[in-house]
Design a binder for this molecule. Structure first.
Ligand SMILES: [Zn+2]
Length: 244
């Protein structure tokens, strides 16, 4: 889909307008097609029970996933109609320091929404480096920032999923204000959305406040791999805004 469509459906929105947005959105969900615990229909029911207005299945894919992704899309399309809008998406890794993403051509044809993320850092040939071979130091924030910035400049994904999530959760490193500013500046320039992710960013709403202050595009994702997590990010943000 075109970014303008995502914006017109308010799946992605200008963070400074967040108070005018219907936040009943879940834009990061995984099912048992990959590493999620539950089926497509179980996740859909959980989202409806939660009262969401929009759900994005952001299944993990990589090159070669085109063989099954169309079956996954067919299953999503066959879900019963309801008031909740449903989108087929995919989360792919940023695969090198030039900002390439590991997006299969078949998947690219069928996915409505593409999320790019840093999971493991790529080596010089683009091969993922095991966590055990990356040491926790402030350098990881720079590495993650450079990968995200390069991917944003390529503009092949709508959303950068869980920015700095690896540095924060895997390596316990906090990006500096300057690093956040650099990321947001490039996201604004290239009109790519930054996700607020309740799994990786936890309750660090200073990140959300940075988005709001900058007016960058943003999305909301829980990275739900089971029923209980569906809608979590939406709920947390709504509570936080109510408490401001
Ligand atoms: Zn991810």
């Amino acid at each position: 889909m075109k970014m303008e469509q995502l914006i017109s459906k308010q799946l992605v929105f200008n963070a400074s307008e967040i108070r005018n947005v219907d936040l009943r959105i879940e834009a990061q969900v995984h099912t048992n097609w990959t590493d999620g615990k539950n089926s497509v229909s179980e996740m859909e029911k959980a989202a409806r029970d939660f009262g969401l207005r929009a759900l994005v299945y952001s299944e993990h894919t990589s090159s070669g996933s085109g063989t099954w992704y169309s079956n996954f899309v067919a299953e999503v399309r066959a879900l019963p109609n309801s008031e909740m809008e449903i989108f087929t998406g995919t989360e792919v890794r940023i695969s090198d320091h030039f900002g390439a993403i590991d997006l299969d051509a078949e998947v690219a044809n069928q996915a409505e929404i593409v999320l790019a993320s840093v999971h493991r850092f790529p080596d010089i040939n683009g091969k993922p480096i095991e966590f055990s071979n990356t040491s926790a130091s402030p350098d990881v924030c720079d590495t993650e920032l450079n990968l995200m910035v390069a991917a944003i400049r390529n503009k092949r994904a709508h959303i950068v999923a869980h920015p700095f999530g690896m540095s924060l959760c895997r390596f316990n490193q906090n990006p500096s204000a300057l690093q956040w500013e650099e990321l947001i500046k490039v996201a604004l320039e290239f009109e790519v959305a930054l996700e607020f992710n309740s799994k990786y960013h936890k309750d660090d709403f200073s990140i959300l406040e940075r988005y709001i202050a900058s007016g960058c595009l943003m999305s909301i994702g829980s990275d739900a791999h089971s029923l209980a997590a569906v809608g979590e990010c939406s709920r947390k943000i709504t509570q936080f805004l109510g408490h401001l």
